[in-house]
Design a protein around this ligand. Structure first.
Ligand code: C5P
Length: 243
């Protein structure tokens, strides 16, 4: 097979030119990084699990009418996606205090929040993805006020869907991160869900035991990350057969 043109390589994924204009191939690597890539490891099977899990979540979201970049899974590690112009923001939705929010506000991890709270970080590895207020986003032109209103609405729909799906298999959705892209259909700009949704970008706790089933297992050296992600995939009925 002819080698494809690599367009971008990130910490956990590679993007290749797709077979049709306006498409890309997203390849899921086994690499795990944390603390802005200060901590790194290769976790065998992680890419295969995240490819399946992201397919599962994106397909479900598509089925309830949330627009996503996902077209189809191609093989164990790759999926065909729509090419988008990524908005340089990490959109974080939180249902319970954890991670950086718990630290910043001195809250105990797991404290329920009065309502889902959405925050934005500016996507810039060199700066460590700093938290930014909406004022910055609009002033620097990363997104308009209308875009932000649409992004918040989309993020809340993703939250409702994800929280329900996870609750049904005994998992609490503590928080997660999504990325949003712009696409143009006949001069009409739309915002769609892009990147991935996987245990790399969510906090998932077992409802009964509180056991962590997400990337905190790697960040905090809590055991096998593959076992944690496999458990999430098993409960959702999307366990890849050869992992
Ligand atoms: O670290 P923090 O508490 O801000 O993370 C909130 C959520 O966003 C977590 O689920 C984390 O995995 C996710 N996140 C991410 N990529 C980042 C920063 C956070 O997926 N660069």
């Amino acid at each position: 097979m002819a080698r494809r043109k690599k367009l971008y390589e990130g910490k956990a994924k590679i993007l290749y030119e797709g077979p049709e204009p306006g498409t890309l191939v997203q390849y899921f690597k086994d690499d795990a990084t944390a603390f802005n890539a200060e901590k790194r490891a290769t976790i065998e099977g992680k890419g295969v699990l995240n490819n399946r899990l992201s397919e599962f979540f994106m397909t479900g979201l598509g089925n309830i009418g949330v627009p996503t970049h996902f077209i189809k899974r191609l093989n164990m590690r790759e999926q065909l996606i729509r090419q988008v112009e990524i908005i340089p923001l990490e959109v974080i939705v939180r249902n319970f205090a954890a991670g950086s929010m718990a630290k910043r506000l001195g809250l105990e991890e797991g404290t329920p929040l009065p309502r889902p709270i959405i925050e934005f970080s500016y996507k810039d590895d060199a700066l460590g993805d700093p938290l930014v207020p909406e004022e910055y986003i609009i002033a620097f032109g990363w997104a308009s006020q209308q875009d932000l209103d649409d992004i918040v609405a989309l993020a809340l729909r993703v939250n409702d869907f994800m929280a329900g799906v996870m609750f049904a298999v005994g998992i609490k959705l503590v928080d997660f991160k999504i990325e949003i892209g712009r696409v143009w259909d006949n001069d009409y700009m739309r915002l769609i869900l892009a990147d991935e949704i996987s245990p790399d970008s969510c906090r998932l706790w077992d409802i009964e035991t509180g056991q962590k089933l997400d990337k905190d297992v790697f960040r905090r050296d809590l055991g096998s990350l593959t076992d944690a992600y496999t458990e999430v995939a098993r409960r959702l009925g999307v366990l890849p057969t050869n992992v």
